[in-house]
Ligand binder design. Structure first.
Ligand code: FEO
Length: 163
């Protein structure tokens, strides 16, 4: 049986992951709005992954016999000043999420909740990948600078994202 404290923390993280999904969906709409459909597709895939993260937490809470508490999701921003600004925001956000999982690990250790500690390992690895994949786009957008041709090439490349 999971402790009330840990169940509350996992519920909070589940709702944060639903927000993350909305954030990337909002970024997708920004990219559609500026006619970069490839980046919009990339963001939609990212939003799907975030929903999967939330559902992993949901399933864990269910399996551990905790009450699942689906809450409100705050509205994400709608606009960014440039494609680079959107991806820089995404990168900063992923670093913040990594910190959230680090805190969950510390709590699980403090509570001697080794089952949750084991469950959280997957997220620690996932966050390393998430930070790297977003940073890759940031670096490429910086290289593209003000070149519309380079931006369109990147839009095509990232529009091919499959998972
Ligand atoms: Fe689920 Fe990208 O953090």
């Amino acid at each position: 049986m999971i402790s009330d404290r840990m169940a509350d923390l996992l519920n909070r993280q589940m709702n944060r992951e639903f927000f993350n999904s909305h954030l990337y969906l909002s970024m997708a709409t920004y990219f559609y709005d500026i006619n970069l459909d490839g980046f919009a597709h990339w963001m939609e895939k990212q939003a799907e992954e975030e929903t999967e993260h939330a559902m992993r937490l949901y399933a864990q809470l269910q399996e551990r016999g905790a009450r699942i508490k689906v809450g409100c999701v705050e509205a994400p921003p709608l606009e960014w000043s440039s494609p680079l600004a959107a991806f820089e925001d995404a990168y900063a956000h992923e670093c913040k999420v990594s910190g959230e999982f680090d805190e969950l690990v510390e709590e699980a250790l403090a509570l001697k909740d080794y089952a949750t500690l084991n469950f959280l390992q997957w997220f620690l690895e996932e966050q390393v990948e998430e930070e790297a994949s977003v940073d890759e786009v940031v670096q490429k957008l910086k290289m593209a600078g003000n070149s519309p041709g380079a931006l369109l090439m990147l839009d095509k490349k990232y529009g091919a994202r499959e998972d």
